[in-house]
Design a protein around this ligand. Sequence first.
Ligand code: GDG
Length: 487
Amino acid sequence: MKISKSSYKRLLIVSYRLPFTIQQTDDGPELKQNSGGLVSAVLSMAEQMGQNQGDESTKIHWVGHGDASMQQDNAPALENETFIAHPVFMDEAVHKGFYEGFSNDLIWPLFHYFPSYASFNEADFQHYQQANKRFLDELTALIQPGDLIWIHDFQLMLLPEMVRQAVPDATIGYFFHIPFPTYEIVKLLPRSWRQLLIKGLLGSDVVGFHTNDYVQHFLGSVSEVLALPIIEQRVVLPDRSVIVKDFPISIDFNKFNTSGQDTTVANTRQHYQNLLRQNKIIFSVDRLDYTKGITYRLLGYERFLEQNPDWHDKVTFVITVVPSRDTIPQYQEIKREIEEAVGRINGLFGTIGWRPIVYSYNSLSFPELMALYTACDVALITPVRDGMNLVCKEFVASRYDNRGVLILSELAGAAQELPEALIINPTDKQEVADAIKQALLMPAAEQEERLIKMRNHLQNHNVFRWSSDFLTAFDNLKTTHSTLETD
Ligand code: GDG
């Protein structure tokens, strides 16, 4: 599975977010390395490429948007033993149109099948083009022969083709973290925009998506928009071909498996279970977003409480919503909807001693998150659209005790990999209510049987496998190129 170590000399990552943030401490601003999935995956890729951490010439370069804290005089150097970050600064108006406008107000809702939330604004598209060009300028100053450039996500769809024009023989990979929708949705984009976006992605050598459905949707758009020949999962261009393939992203299984057993986590877990009087616990956590189906989830729970009075006082739904974009009207609106539903359900069914829902609009520390993953009896994960969804994978990996039930929306990419979950349609209140009841009554042996299968899958298909498979695709590219040449 490892690629030959000599194939690529350095790894250049490009994503909207950098692997560092700057935190204010009593001793002044300090650099903090993020510990998200992408950072872990990149570290494992670097290892496979034989890059020695600490060796100046083989550090991983990471190009991403730079915020104001990185421009202050006393800001620390954006470098540690592993990464060198290259912040891209841009004019505030350009950033707003690129990030808030085109990326978050157009591509995000449109590609998650919320066309009525999409805002089509010509100035935003110009800013998106300018911002992608700013990333290009930062990147081209870095590129050396033998580099592997890996670009991430929907904020940078034009960048692969821009790099291809600037450095024709560059090796470029691209990974798309959100759903790629059917052409009927892509067709809503003005003709010239959709052409530029699809061409932009085809500047890559390898384009990756979470699921085969997204791959097929993308190939459908390539064919409709550019009428290019497609042979199996290769788009054939005059001088090269582009591999388009599914690479389902995953998590660091061992990290979640062992963290569940940590003493601090165990103490917090015990504390929560005592606070909730040993009630059965249903848990969910998501960023505030209309794609996450939070209101439908509450309506499903309300139906369950209506139909099952014998469960009153014996179950608590702990629902955490992580603040996000709540200055924007659509987000304020869903926050209001969620809080109204929580208030109504607690008012209708609650008693002096029992709150059916414990709601918080806040983020959890990692040990708190782990304590809830391992304390709950049911994880209720019901997005109305989600590229993959890592929360459900983290819950499964945390359950070293083989206890707990996952209820998962069929509209999350992850549902294709975890058929042993109770798979539901999130808009169907009755199906959600029935699944909650089934989960709460599920015998321990069945919980264990389902979890063992899902845990085995995730242990094998972890985030390191994801990055390794992505790298291996570049080896296949060399084979397909030589086949094309001899055809
Ligand atoms: C995109 C796609 C795709 C959440 N709340 C807290 C917290 N989290 C962490 C979770 C998980 C991550 O955030 C959320 O991951 P998701 O996969 O659900 O979603 P996104 O990161 O928004 O987004 C998505 C993903 O990219 C990867 O390709 O799966 O479909 O939309 O890791 O643990 N962490 C802590 N406290 C919280 O309150 N500590």
